[in-house]
Design a protein around this ligand. Structure first.
Ligand code: IMP
Ligand code: MG
Length: 218
């Protein structure tokens, strides 16, 4: 793959961990394909939106970009429970960086998808003051979760906060919040698997998929 000339010049002149300030994280990969689910899931899953192979490749790419951007920093990864379990495990195993890891529990209660109240079910325990925080979530939908968590984290006075999500659903955004690192851009569909749930189920699917409509109807 060809690299822009300014990047080649910069890497010739500087140690290889140096990266020019203008190197932006890659944009989220679009998803378009529908793949038949594995036999065991065909009764419930309509189709696979993002395959295991696609997930592995893209998560590795995100790791590489994070590694590049956080080299030499005092990194604390703050991951939101429970949806990030698979994504986080795959993301951090490829990070050859010193880092600290902590979790915050956030749940939304209340009816429907518009008037939800966020409840913190687990508080942060690590000190983040003066450190560089990478906030990880499974999906950026309306943005209410990230917005609320960001406000809470800012009060703890970290040096910097960056956000990283596996999936971005920009068509549903209500709050003005963006992800610095995003794995895939997904259409306005409710997705499950690879950590994401419907009624606490399907988190263990190794792919991201779409449920059959009848599953939501009972
Ligand atoms: P937001 O607060 O609307 O941005 O939504 C973020 C949270 O809602 C995520 O952390 C998920 O737990 C949940 N969520 C939003 N969309 C989906 C989806 O398509 N599938 C599963 N969970 C979702
Ligand atoms: Mg969640």
């Amino acid at each position: 793959m060809r690299r822009p000339e300014n990047e080649l010049l910069a890497s010739a002149a500087a140690p290889d961990y140096f990266h020019p300030v203008n190197s932006e994280p890659s944009p989220p990969a679009p998803v378009r394909r529908r793949v038949a689910p594995p036999r065991g899931w065909r009764a419930e899953v309509d189709y696979v939106l993002i395959t295991q192979t696609q997930l592995a490749r893209r998560v590795r790419e995100l790791s590489r970009e994070i590694e590049r951007d956080f080299t030499g920093r005092d990194l604390v990864i703050v991951s939101l429970l429970n949806g990030t379990v698979m994504f986080l495990a795959d993301l951090i195993r490829h990070l050859s960086l010193p880092l600290r890891l902590d979790f915050m529990g956030v749940s939304s209660y209340g009816g429907g998808t518009t008037s939800r109240e966020l409840v913190f079910t687990k508080e942060l325990r690590l000190e983040v003051r003066g450190r560089d925080v990478l906030l990880v979530d499974d999906i950026l939908d309306t943005g209410k979760t990230l917005q609320t968590v960001l406000a809470k984290l800012r009060e703890l006075q970290p040096r910097e906060i960056k956000t990283c999500v596996l999936l971005d659903k920009p068509s549903r955004r209500v709050e003005n919040v963006r992800a610095d690192y995003a794995g895939f851009e997904v259409p306005d569909l409710f997705v499950i698997g690879y950590g994401l749930d419907y009624a606490e189920r399907y988190r263990n699917l190794p792919f991201v998929g779409v449920l059959k409509p009848e599953i939501y109807q009972h």
